[in-house]
Design a protein around this ligand. Structure first.
Ligand code: HEC
Ligand code: HEC
Ligand code: HEC
Length: 275
């Protein structure tokens, strides 16, 4: 019995195998009703946590032979599971209704085989939906958008969207390297200083999403300020080695780290918003 049920657990809780080309589907429009800006309560997500707790509650109690509590949790699972289709009508048809009813009945009858078969079927319907929609839902409804944010360019004083500002700043970085390689000293120094101004200007946007300064300190703290100072000195002296070294450090300590947290979700979000 124990073995059988741990098998159910592992089947129900691991996702189905899927092909390596990752495809993300946009969830039905109705799902957006349960997320900001339409609602601050995350009702859909909380119903998911309830379903998950009930599933575990049912299996644990079956395993312990506490059938009264197993039935209580099975009924709670059924309620949360069917609620998915009430909240998002387009999803109603993917629910395994026959199996969820049979699951409650099997628990009532203390029927291990029936529990196994139906818990697996229901569990697989959970995993199937998650593999299609869970990442999309997180990107669309949990992650803030960069769209409304603009940054003032400290060099030409125009306002740019985040990705255009990034391009502008990166362009200064590339030109610094190009002019340096071409022996155009004055131009190299100018672009180098433009890069530094634009780099420092990045902190304008942090407070759009972060209310405490601690987050800013992680990418723009003491150690990065020191690198920027050393870079500025190297640019003034046209010290190629120093420039490469401190630029490399800035890329590792700042650009790459910040991109790992912010750029990846922003890129995914762009994909949904542009189609
Ligand atoms: C807030 C943390 C953050 C920091 C620090 C940061 N970036 Fe970015 N960067 C982003 C985000 C977010 C995007 C994606 C914006 C979008 O797609 O709307 C991005 C996009 C980019 C892009 C792609 C622009 C495009 O759309 O073609 C480049 C290039 C780039 N960053 C370069 C840099 C470099 C170089 C540095 C360091 C000198 C840097 N970034 C530092 C957050 C950051
Ligand atoms: C028809 C679609 C669908 C079905 C069926 C479904 N879910 Fe979900 N579930 C979702 C979506 C979408 C999310 C992402 C919600 C979010 O992150 O805000 C989610 C998220 C979750 C999470 C949250 C994970 C996390 O911490 O981010 C849990 C737990 C969960 N589901 C459990 C279940 C269980 C258990 C079942 C089956 C009994 C189930 N779900 C069936 C769509 C579904
Ligand atoms: C469009 C919104 C947005 C902007 C702008 C933004 N961040 Fe974030 N940042 C996030 C989100 C979302 C997370 C994930 C944690 C969370 O939900 O708060 C995060 C996480 C972080 C983290 C990880 C640790 C933590 O504090 O949660 C750091 C560090 C961070 N951001 C720094 C920055 C810095 C520095 C800037 C400005 C250069 C910046 N962020 C700009 C949205 C943003």
């Amino acid at each position: 019995m124990k073995k059988l049920l741990s098998l159910i657990c592992s089947l129900a809780l691991t996702s189905t195998i899927f092909a390596k080309d990752v495809r993300l589907k946009e969830p039905p429009e109705d799902l957006s009703k349960y997320y900001p800006p339409k609602s601050e309560n995350y009702q859909f997500l909380f119903n998911m946590y309830k379903a998950s707790t009930s599933f575990t509650g049912m299996l644990t109690n079956v395993q312990d032979g506490d059938w009264n509590n197993a039935l209580k949790w099975a009924k709670a699972l059924k309620e949360s599971y069917l609620k998915i289709g009430k909240m998002v009508p387009k999803w109603d048809k993917v629910l395994k209704k026959r199996e969820i009813n049979a699951l409650v009945k099997a628990v009532k009858n203390k029927d291990a085989e029936g529990i196994k078969a139906n818990a697996n079927a229901v569990g697989q319907s959970c995993s199937k939906c998650h593999s299609r929609y869970q990442i999309s839902a997180k990107i669309l409804y949990h992650y803030p958008s960069y769209d409304m944010i603009t940054l003032e360019d400290p060099v030409n004083h125009s306002d740019y969207e985040v990705h255009d500002y990034m391009k502008k700043m990166t362009n200064s970085l590339k030109l610094l390297n190009i002019y340096l390689a071409d022996g155009k000293k004055i131009k190299a120094k100018k672009e180098g200083m433009n890069f530094i101004k634009r780099f420092n200007g990045l902190t304008q946007m942090c407070s759009e999403c972060h209310t405490n300064k601690l987050s800013e300190q992680i990418y723009f703290g003491k150690s990065i300020k020191k690198e920027v100072k050393l870079l500025s000195k190297a640019i003034k002296n046209l010290d190629k080695k120093g420039i490469q070294k401190h630029l490399g450090n800035i890329e590792m300590m700042n650009c790459m780290k910040c991109h790992n947290v912010h750029q990846v979700p922003a890129m995914l979000k762009d994909k949904f918003e542009k189609h």
